[in-house]
Design a protein around this ligand. Structure first.
Ligand SMILES: [Zn+2]
Length: 368
């Protein structure tokens, strides 16, 4: 009995026979630009002319993967002085994993170019961009910028990650802020794996609120201090984005630091305020736990005549703090987050809301 020997075939032919070539992915269109599948391109969306005739644009780095997958944006400096995210995006753009990207990634390192140049949170007319969404074509400068960002970036995406930091002279523990009762967002927040997840309501005019109305889930990352780089905040942000991209199938395993522990989900938080004006010394830092009744700092007068203790009113973790030792009575000193309610609250009306008015609670992030 003889067997016919199969004709030898090269590996290449074999591959061809078993795997027909996939149809080429469609081009990606944004503004007046076209990006071919498997390429990247930096494009500028025009915003307006500056008074000195220079043009203000919204720069976007588009990575249009060869293969299909989700479209996601990563944005920073919606508040122009919150620059940690700018550095996160700079590092993200260099990751080798993006060469094998599935889907499309839109990197917007500086949304508010005006504030970025002026080292300011705001637009030149003192408007806060994150209160001006959805914006309009003929509105204020902030409104026009919001309109371009929402319609040309957010609207075409399946996911978004918006990077922020605390206000001037404030520091935030790396944290993700999400709305209550949204399991899909909570899952992404857990995957991101910042040390803390905080519940915060969607605010009128915010990017997160209007993205939610377009069914685009957006993770809000808060870390570090305005106008400063913070290596831990940058690395936590970068790792978190890569984990999310891996989770939603955009990249394969890159060198992402392993998760250390699961993040803690905090359901309530409160700001501890200065009992009086003076010089502040805090004994506790970000990420440390404090007990109700614990002495965590002192406010002293200039000449050493008086020391007044700063006593924690809650048991919880410090997720934000001031870095400025010059304080007035009532200044927000320490942001304490709690993972559970106290027993006395469980049956009381207080449990229904935040410790303070929930809107005011996060206003402290924007005080300069
Ligand atoms: Zn911000």
């Amino acid at each position: 009995m003889t067997t016919k020997k199969k004709p030898a075939s090269s590996g290449k032919e074999k591959k061809k026979a078993s795997k027909p070539k996939a149809a080429k992915r469609a081009d990606f269109h944004i503004g007046s630009d076209t990006i071919k599948a498997g390429t990247r391109k930096i494009i500028d969306l025009p915003i307006s002319a500056l008074p000195n005739r220079l043009q203000m644009n919204l720069p976007v780095h588009v990575f249009h993967g060869r293969r299909d997958g989700p479209t996601m944006f990563v944005s920073a400096a919606v508040h122009g002085d919150e620059i940690i995210g700018v550095e996160v995006i700079r590092r993200l753009a260099q990751r080798p994993a993006l060469k094998q990207l599935k889907g499309t990634l839109l990197l917007v390192p500086v949304v508010n170019g005006y504030g970025f140049l002026n080292h300011s949170r705001y637009l030149p007319d003192r408007r806060d961009l994150n209160r001006c969404f959805p914006g309009s074509e003929k509105g204020s400068l902030a409104s026009r910028l919001a309109n371009v960002f929402l319609n040309q970036i957010v609207k075409v995406c399946d996911y978004g990650i918006d990077l922020h930091s605390a206000a001037l002279h404030r520091d935030n523990l790396p944290q993700i802020r999400i709305t209550k009762n949204d399991d899909a967002i909570l899952e992404l927040a857990r995957v991101f794996n910042a040390p803390a997840i905080l519940h915060s309501n969607l605010r009128e005019g915010s990017l997160r609120k209007h993205a939610a109305e377009l069914n685009v889930p957006v993770l809000l990352y808060e870390a570090g201090e305005a106008l400063r780089f913070d290596e831990k905040a940058v690395r936590t942000g970068l790792s978190g984005i890569l984990r999310v991209m891996q989770h939603i199938g955009m990249i394969r395993v890159d060198k992402i630091p392993k998760k250390r522990t699961d993040p803690t989900v905090f359901i309530k938080s409160t700001w501890l305020r200065a009992p009086t004006g003076g010089l502040l010394r805090l004994f506790k830092g970000l990420g440390e736990t404090v007990e109700k009744g614990e002495r965590i700092g002192v406010v002293s007068d200039l000449l050493g005549e008086m020391d007044i203790d700063v006593v924690s009113t809650r048991t919880g973790m410090i997720v934000g703090r001031t870095n400025l030792p010059i304080v007035n009575g009532g200044d927000a000193l320490v942001h304490i987050a709690r993972a559970s309610l106290e027993e006395s609250e469980l049956s009381s009306a207080e449990a229904l809301g935040d410790d303070e008015d929930s809107e005011n609670l996060f206003y402290e992030d924007e005080i300069i």
